[in-house]
Design a protein around this ligand. Structure first.
Ligand code: AKB
Length: 345
């Protein structure tokens, strides 16, 4: 197979579009490929999906191979360089995949230091997944982000459909990704879906290179050192979410009835919004000696200031019943419990 950009089989496209209209193209996920399985989301999505859909039906892949034992030993795995379409196509064929989760990305702050890398990974991987999906009739999930918004976007109650003029390369790849995913859906009938993730807080794999990373690092610092230096200033509000809600959102959206989806790429979703002083105060309730100082990173601060304070996620709530379970209080209890056990504190 020549990839990317094989010529278009018109009959196939028309049939797929007709099926979409009549809602008969929708199939629950049966054979899943996770591209970027070792990353922050992938390392928790993979075991969660293996529990739901069966270990043999969830193929974990990453550029760094072999994968960590907990991913490699619990189900099928394959090496994929997501910037190579042929790697993705080979895995889709070999494992008879019907749904691709495209989690390859360079996060916001890191991408600013190497914009070409940010673009090549973000868009290269996405275009390859979309082309393979068109060719083999698979669905594709690609996360977007609050990074898809910019300084001109209304910051309070950011609407679902609004101004998107991000000033970071990460944001540019996210808006491009949303547009390309909608294009492949409308033009070729590919079942593309996406959410705009806020900062995701998790305790399995550290994110690395993101603007919202401080909200993960603060928990590790509280447990391990009892002190934290915050790279963002007081009052910097951003949307956040605990990983179990993020996993649930992905699953719920991909299983949603397509006839109910007015939007596709991408839905605003959020679970909470806070600034550094609020998460610090919450942790301090459990660890009274915990201290925090500020040493503002101008790059991260500039990015955070351009992002929403809090998003309106009513479209996700009404189109596919999105509803988070965790707030700052319940997330903090769980994070501290898990990390205390891990670090024997
Ligand atoms: C980042 O900070 O870059 C990511 C994101 C919000 O997309 N966590």
């Amino acid at each position: 197979m020549r990839l990317p950009y094989r010529s278009i089989d018109k009959k196939n496209v028309l049939l797929r579009r007709e099926n979409q209209k009549n809602n008969i193209n929708h199939k629950a996920m049966k054979r899943i490929l996770i591209v970027g399985a070792s990353g922050q989301i992938g390392s928790e999505l993979t075991p969660a999906f293996r529990k739901i859909y069966g270990s043999d039906n969830v193929v974990a892949s990453d550029l760094i191979y072999p994968l960590r034992p907990e991913l490699a030993d619990a189900g099928p795995s394959v090496k994929i360089d997501a910037t190579k379409a042929q790697d993705i196509a080979d895995a889709v064929k070999k494992f008879n995949i019907d749904t691709i989760f495209n989690l390859a990305a360079i996060l916001s702050a890191k991408a600013e230091l190497n914009p070409m890398l940010g673009w090549n990974v973000g868009i290269g991987a996405l275009l390859n997944c979309l082309e393979v999906a068109r060719e083999y009739n698979t669905a594709v999930f690609t996360p977007s982000s609050i990074g898809a918004f910019g300084p001109e976007t209304p910051h309070d109650g950011t609407p679902q459909d609004t101004i998107q003029r991000p000033k970071t390369i990460y944001g540019v790849t996210k808006v491009t990704g949303e547009l390309l995913s909608d294009y492949y859906h409308k033009r070729f009938g590919v079942d593309t879906r996406s959410v705009r993730f806020p900062g995701i807080i998790s305790n399995v794999t550290l994110p690395g290179g993101g603007t919202t990373d401080y909200a993960v690092e603060i928990y590790y610092a509280a447990i391990k050192e009892g002190k934290f230096t915050c790279p963002l200033k007081e009052g910097t509000l951003m949307d956040m979410m605990y990983m179990p809600d993020a996993i649930h959102a992905i699953c719920q959206l991909m299983e949603a009835d397509p006839s109910k989806l007015i939007h596709r790429n991408s839905f605003n979703i959020t679970a909470m919004s806070f600034g550094p002083e609020t998460i610090y105060a919450e942790i301090k309730k459990h660890i009274p000696d915990f201290t925090m100082t500020y040493d503002v990173d101008p790059l991260k601060q500039g990015i955070a200031d351009s992002w929403p304070n809090y998003m309106d996620d009513s479209a996700a709530r009404s189109e596919w019943n999105w509803k988070p379970e965790y707030d700052l209080q319940s997330m903090t209890v769980d994070m501290l419990k898990v990390l205390k056990e891990r670090f024997n504190k």
